[in-house]
Design a protein around this ligand. Structure first.
Ligand SMILES: NC(=O)c1ccc[n+]([C@@H]2O[C@H](COP(=O)([O-])OP(=O)(O)OC[C@H]3O[C@@H](n4cnc5c(N)ncnc54)[C@H](OP(=O)(O)O)[C@@H]3O)[C@@H](O)[C@H]2O)c1
Length: 237
């Protein structure tokens, strides 16, 4: 039996996933993020079918109007989680119009207006109110684990959301598809203040590197990531 000490909190295993150009962008400056191949979409959708939840930030939801479902293969749709501090998700978005069929969680802060909260209450979505002006990701992931029984989360960007998880040191793996394109200026894979010194950021272990046509899929893990499924359910945060 595993005995947990008081300073150990439970949270899901968190995997950051993205397709990047060879210069490390996940989108051009105009917001075009169609970077990877159809083969990679099959790989990504198999990964989606294997996890409990998929999470994206507000800008990705607004720019891409994603479905965040499993379509390139067969399998169960993960729960969709949208960081939407102001409750801006459009009523005609693909996420809301499919919310009766695909489980969906919206994460709102005090910045969401009462009008938007009422509008969103008409949809078949769970709403997590953080009660604050910024989303506290450490609190959120513990809530997802303990109240929603979510054991694995795939963070699918965008760059600011990825940076938030890196900055807060709440991630376990990064899976990147490097595609043979160049964007120049654009959205970085990790888009934020960054670290002043390399040693201040996390250092990772390359678990695998697989070529896929002209692409390469890189799978990095934390040096400290435990390997048994039981251990993966418990992380110090
Ligand atoms: N190639 C790929 O694999 C891939 C994957 C996903 C997305 N993308 C691209 O990435 C671009 C969007 O990326 P982005 O960096 O602009 O935005 P983003 O990460 O999608 O969304 C960032 C926004 O989420 C909200 N947010 C609230 N609390 C947050 C928290 N604690 N942590 C993080 N975010 C929080 C913030 O909204 P407020 O500012 O309103 O507070 C923040 O500005 C799009 O062009 C999309 O196409 C590419």
């Amino acid at each position: 039996m595993v005995v947990l000490s008081m300073d150990v909190c439970k949270r899901p295993r968190i995997i950051i996933s993205a397709a990047v150009t060879i210069d490390g962008r996940i989108a051009t400056k105009a917001g075009d993020s169609k970077i990877s191949s159809d083969i990679d979409m099959v790989r990504l959708h198999k990964l989606r079918a294997s996890i409990d939840a998929i999470l994206v930030g507000r800008n990705t939801m607004m720019h891409d109007d994603p479905l965040l479902t499993v379509r390139y293969t067969t399998g169960k749709n993960p729960i969709r989680i949208i960081l939407d501090p102001c409750g801006e998700i459009p009523s005609n978005s693909q996420i809301l119009t499919t919310s009766s069929a695909v489980p969906t969680i919206l994460v709102l802060t005090n910045n969401a207006s009462v009008k938007d909260q009422r509008r969103l209450a008409d949809f078949n979505v769970k709403i997590i109110h953080t009660g604050t002006e910024r989303i506290n990701l450490k609190w959120l992931v513990t809530e997802l684990f303990e109240k929603y029984n979510i054991k694995t989360v795939l963070v699918e960007g965008g760059g600011r959301t990825n940076w938030s998880f890196i900055k807060e040191d709440i991630f376990d793996e990064i899976i990147l598809t490097v595609s043979p394109h160049i964007a120049g200026d654009g959205i970085n894979l990790i888009h934020g203040d960054g670290f002043a010194q390399i040693h201040e950021g996390p250092s990772l272990h390359l678990k695998s590197a697989q070529t896929q046509g002209d692409e390469i899929v890189l799978h990095y893990t934390r040096h400290t990531t435990p390997h048994s499924d039981d251990e993966l359910n418990c992380h110090k945060i």
